[in-house]
Design a protein around this ligand. Structure first.
Ligand SMILES: *Cc1c(COP(=O)(O)O)cnc(C)c1O
Length: 383
């Protein structure tokens, strides 16, 4: 039944070989910039490409400051520390996400609260968030959001822009402001995606990007913290061992982290960033072809939410039911066209058993039905 999809994907990639879900592509400058770090010997923790990558990324997304990190998970960990998450705090997130989001919460000694997603955005639902807060939380005399049952501080909320599609940011900002909860955007998948004309990752106190090998641009491994000048200065300090600047003395004023991005990786990042807009146009062109193709089928192709421009990092379809999902996965993977089901919900993972959660009907519904289909940039579609 899905043989025609297999042929359709093969036509797009003009290939009879194995077709992966997502492979990186490189243009001209990657090699030159990386060779430059080798020739100069500055491959590691010091070098001009890190500063340049941070500056150019901040300018591109329109944030005051961008601080590069060794990966996206480290950036998330730091983001939560930067907004003041302490051991014992609660951090709200969605159950439908990659495990890194929740790992970062655990690294802080905080506890996740899983709140449902919207079916239209696949991102955290402002309505479900508000419902949970109305039922379980209150604002104390100091203005802090706390749980009614055990007086825990609800410190932060981490929505994730699933597959590059922006969550309902107006709604989330509104709820977080009224409940005095810090908004941290996990924008690891949505670099270049716009919500009402503004880049995802710039709506909360802190936003986080990833440049892992499977993301829209890659540095091999890497991440970025997007924030304002003040928090950005603190982010830089914290991610670079909390060293007080001095020509030769080693003085550190707190326990810091070695989370900086090596210069050789930043060199790759600078070249990839130059190509980002052309990658996005290629991904959007492929998504338009998929949308056409699925118009005549009983699968629903996931489209960008209203008032958004998605980077279409990973294309996805919603199947009628689990049986259809299983058949799609089987036919395509057996034919050498890679497809993958969406993540198992975070609240199902053994180490999150018993975690606090709201009602999760949409997350459960999507978990049974969503499949990602090949989404690598097709060079011919770059503009
Ligand atoms: C990729 C990703 C991250 C960060 O992953 P790293 O591999 O550590 O860079 C975080 N959250 C989500 C949702 C992701 O997809």
């Amino acid at each position: 039944m899905f043989e025609s999809l297999v042929s359709f994907v093969r036509e797009q990639y003009k290939s009879n070989e194995f077709i992966p879900l997502h492979a990186p592509i490189f243009s001209a400058n990657e090699r030159d910039y990386v060779m430059d770090t080798i020739d100069s010997t500055f491959v590691s923790s010091v070098g001009a490409y890190v500063d340049r990558f941070e500056r150019e990324m901040a300018a591109y997304v329109g944030s005051q400051r961008a601080v590069a990190t060794v990966n996206g998970t480290a950036a998330l960990h730091m983001a939560l520390k930067l907004v003041g998450v302490l051991p014992g705090d609660l951090v709200i997130t969605q159950p439908l996400t990659f495990v890194a989001t929740c790992n970062a919460i655990a690294y802080c000694g905080a506890e996740p609260v899983f709140i449902d997603v919207d079916r239209t955005t696949l991102g955290l639902s402002p309505k479900a968030l508000e419902q949970w807060l109305d039922e379980y939380a209150y604002i104390d005399a100091d203005g802090a959001c706390r749980t009614l049952a055990d007086n825990k501080n609800v410190r932060a909320c981490v929505p994730m822009h699933t597959f590059g599609h922006p969550a309902d940011l107006d709604g989330l900002v509104d709820v977080c402001v009224r409940w005095n909860i810090a908004l941290v955007e996990d924008a690891a998948e949505s670099l270049g995606s716009l919500y009402r004309g503004r880049h995802t990752g710039t709506f909360g106190s802190v936003g986080v990007l990833s440049f892992n090998g499977n993301k829209i641009i890659t540095t091999g491994g890497g991440g970025m913290i997007l924030t304002d000048e003040v928090v950005g200065a603190r982010a830089k300090h914290l991610t670079t061992t909390a060293k007080i600047p001095h020509p030769y003395e080693y003085v550190h004023d707190e326990i810091g982290y070695n989370y900086r991005l090596p210069n050789i990786n930043a060199a790759l990042g600078c070249a990839q960033l130059e190509a980002l807009e052309s990658f996005i146009s290629a991904k959007r062109a492929l998504a338009a072809r998929y949308a056409d193709y699925f118009n005549n089928s009983d699968l629903y192709f996931v489209r960008e939410p209203e008032a958004c421009k998605s980077n279409y990092w990973l294309n996805a379809v919603i199947c009628q039911d689990r049986a259809q999902r299983d058949e799609l996965l089987k036919t395509t993977n057996e034919s050498g066209v890679m497809t993958r089901p969406i993540w198992a919900l975070m609240n199902r993972l053994p180490f999150h058993h018993g975690a606090r959660a709201g009602e999760l009907p949409n997350a459960h519904w999507l978990e049974e039905r969503v499949v990602n289909i090949p989404s690598s940039v097709i060079p011919d579609l770059c503009q």
